[in-house]
Design a binder for this molecule. Structure first.
Ligand SMILES: CC(=O)SCCNC(=O)CCNC(=O)[C@H](O)C(C)(C)COP(=O)(O)OP(=O)(O)OC[C@H]1O[C@@H](n2cnc3c(N)ncnc32)[C@H](O)[C@@H]1OP(=O)(O)O
Ligand SMILES: O=C([O-])CC(=O)C(=O)O
Length: 355
């Protein structure tokens, strides 16, 4: 079963969730992709309506959660707060001690529904504003942007956010999913497994790279600076964030879709400057590393998603948390699979030599 959650062909650049190609998945609502990952098949109309109603009905967080967010340090990355709050809210979940498949499903819905609300409330409070209550009539993507900004996003922005969550939702045994699975393999609860995933996603070699891309694009500032910026980094043997992958040795198919979305946003906003800056970075990395050195270092999922955040006025401090909003469905799909196995994951130390 676990093999079917995700399929990656790293040489051909193919990605499928539950045997459906990512280029098809990206046209669906996030709720349908979340259902697909967790339940193993696409929902019918009635199933999707019911699942979406459950998710949209569980978006609110209680007063205590807002009080704890107010105590956070707003100078650090939002993933620090998210990790703490997800741990904090488990105590309010009526199913916390119910490890049946039904109890776990109810917890899953609450986690997927509430994480965007926590991230948006953190951002509002950090900026001296009141949190905006969720709007159950909006999609996952549109509602998140609405809670963040206090006004409805354009249709294009809502679609891009929805697609971002889908493209970020699942990627086989990446580091954070592995972490979540290990926690679930001890038969620990779903909140603990999701907190493990959050802690691991945070690192800059994994989901944290997205925040670094937003910062890098800001630092470069214009296309004219981009080539020298890359050459300088490479001459110091530093990595370019948002490039390279353990599995893909060609273009990451998610990166290609994100690039198209970034272009669409740039054109709609009549401002190509961030997109053009990113393209010079990409072309320089490809020329220097792929063409001259034969290293398969292409843009990964974090590169053009970071560029999209520039167009959506999303600061670097939110980037990893936004990745987590999408990824939580993938973590949960893997945890459910692991719970069914009832087998502890316990590799031997010598296996680390192969990592
Ligand atoms: C959601 C995700 O997790 S996607 C990945 C997000 N992470 C990043 O974008 C961070 C930058 N990228 C990287 O650090 C790496 O490419 C990783 C962590 C993604 C993959 O790591 P690995 O498969 O272990 O590759 P490793 O780091 O050993 O690199 C292999 C070679 O390519 C080079 N390389 C890899 N990535 C980059 C990069 N982004 N920029 C420049 N050179 C790179 C390394 O310097 C190394 O060169 P060498 O053989 O001459 O020493
Ligand atoms: O698969 C990986 O190692 C990293 C990655 O792209 C992801 O988690 O989306």
């Amino acid at each position: 079963m676990s093999k079917n959650i995700c399929f990656i062909d790293g040489l051909e650049g193919i990605l499928k969730y539950r045997e459906i190609d990512i280029n098809q998945l990206v046209e669906l609502p996030y709720d349908a992709v979340s259902y697909l990952l967790i339940q193993g098949e696409l929902p019918g109309d009635q199933e999707l309506a019911e699942y979406a109603a459950c998710l949209h009905g569980e978006r609110e967080v209680n007063r205590e959660v807002i009080d704890v967010i107010r105590m956070c340090n707003f100078n650090i990355d939002s993933i620090e707060a998210l990790r703490t709050i997800v741990s904090f809210i488990s105590q309010f979940d009526p199913d916390i001690n119910d490890s049946s498949p039904e109890g776990n499903m109810r917890k899953a819905i609450r986690l997927i529904a509430k994480i965007p609300t926590i991230v948006a409330a953190y951002f509002r409070i950090a900026n001296g504003k009141q949190p905006v209550p969720p709007d159950p009539s909006l999609s996952h993507g549109a509602n998140f942007l609405y809670m963040l900004r206090g006004n409805k996003p354009t249709q294009l922005e809502a679609e891009v956010m929805e697609k971002d969550f889908i493209l970020s939702a699942e990627h086989e045994l990446n580091a954070s999913t592995f972490s979540s699975r290990v926690t679930a393999s001890t038969l620990s609860d779903l909140y603990s497994a999701v907190v493990s995933g959050l802690c691991t996603l945070k690192g800059p070699l994994h989901g944290g790279a997205r925040a670094e891309v937003v910062t890098m694009i800001e630092e470069i500032a214009c296309p004219e600076n981009a080539e020298n910026y890359v050459l300088d980094k490479l001459s110091k043997k530093e990595k370019i964030m948002g490039f390279g992958h353990r599995v893909y040795k060609t273009y990451d198919p998610r990166g290609t879709i994100f690039k198209q979305l970034a272009k669409q946003l740039a054109e709609a906003k009549g401002d190509m400057h961030w997109y053009n800056t990113a393209e010079v970075v990409e072309n320089t990395v490809i020329r220097e590393l792929v063409e001259k050195k034969g290293k398969p270092i292409y843009p990964n999922v974090d590169f053009y998603s970071g560029v999209i955040y520039k167009y959506m006025d999303i600061p670097p401090q939110l980037a990893t948390s936004i990745f987590a909003i999408g990824r939580v469905s993938g973590w949960i799909a893997h945890c459910f699979d692991q719970y069914e196995k009832k087998k502890i994951i316990r590799p031997r130390a010598f296996m680390l030599d192969e990592c």
